[in-house]
Ligand binder design. Sequence first.
Ligand SMILES: C[S@@+](CC[C@H](N)C(=O)[O-])C[C@H]1O[C@@H](n2cnc3c(N)ncnc32)[C@H](O)[C@@H]1O
Length: 334
Amino acid sequence: MSPIDRLSLPFTNGAIDVADMGATLVLRARPCPAYGLFQRENLYCRQAFYPTCQQLAQAGFDMDRPLPEQFTHAIVHITRARNETRALIAKAYCALAPNGVLIVDGDKTDGIESHLKAVKKLLPVTATLSKAHGKVFWLSKTETPAALTDWLGALEPRRIADGFYTRAGVFSADKIDKGSAQLVPFLAGKLKGNGADLGAGWGYLSKQVLASNPAIDTLELVEADRHALDCARLNVDDPRTGFYWADALNHTTKAPLDFVVMNPPFHETRKADPALGQRFIAAAAKLLKPTGSLYMVANRQLAYEAALAENFRNVERLDQSSQFKCIWARKPKH
Ligand SMILES: C[S@@+](CC[C@H](N)C(=O)[O-])C[C@H]1O[C@@H](n2cnc3c(N)ncnc32)[C@H](O)[C@@H]1O
């Protein structure tokens, strides 16, 4: 059974009666067989990761319909970020009408056990089911403990030691990414015209390249995580920028670009997946002018060389450390 099917269990075994479900909030919604058990018009789905949001929209879910005041049920799919998940649990609980039902689903590797433990300390949990290396648990709304509402704070951007805004759950939420920092010195004075930062995160790389390249006319920050992009808006205050909540793999620009910078994502799940970065390389090549340049940093062990050679005529390694490699690829083949 996939972890996603696990959510069906309390409904199919009659522990939670689908007939009682009115307006239902679904946080971090994702394609999930259990949704087929519910009345579609009762579901209010939210998802900040653009490709997943698009997948649900294409399957017919209205992803930004206005929310009612209260819900009879709320479902939280946990994320890998502990503080973000706690905040989502608190948010969903607070959105419930009295006696409303909160359902939390997730894998062990994403920390469902510790969330269950933390919730149990504050509220009586009705029941728990374990399946497929994870758990689904649920409870009915009673009082709202202050300790629970304290968890909500993680949903707000906060400043990290380096002065940047980040938020729980975004990439490198606690510090500047070492890979991006390694690429920065190679970009000073090298970029001009119009460019993009693919997978711009909370904007570290973009801010640095804008500061060290006065000849840049425009820079598009393309990022799939809406929360990271919201932080980037706070971090990168420059009239040359445009912010795009989008899938970098399908992003288009008005005209071909002079340059792309990127520190591409290398996993969607916990496992490293070089295919994702390879698709970013192909997407960067497509966006560039025939004379354009891609500057990228990647974990040293990721196999990007074949994709670079397939998409660019000139590929040069600018730097390599024990962890990262910085690459300059020129003249896309298209
Ligand atoms: C390794 S991080 C780099 C972040 C940022 N450039 C930095 O310097 O810290 C990769 C980023 O790509 C984003 N991402 C993942 N898949 C994406 C996609 N399909 N389209 C756009 N961005 C994506 C992730 O959310 C993450 O913020």
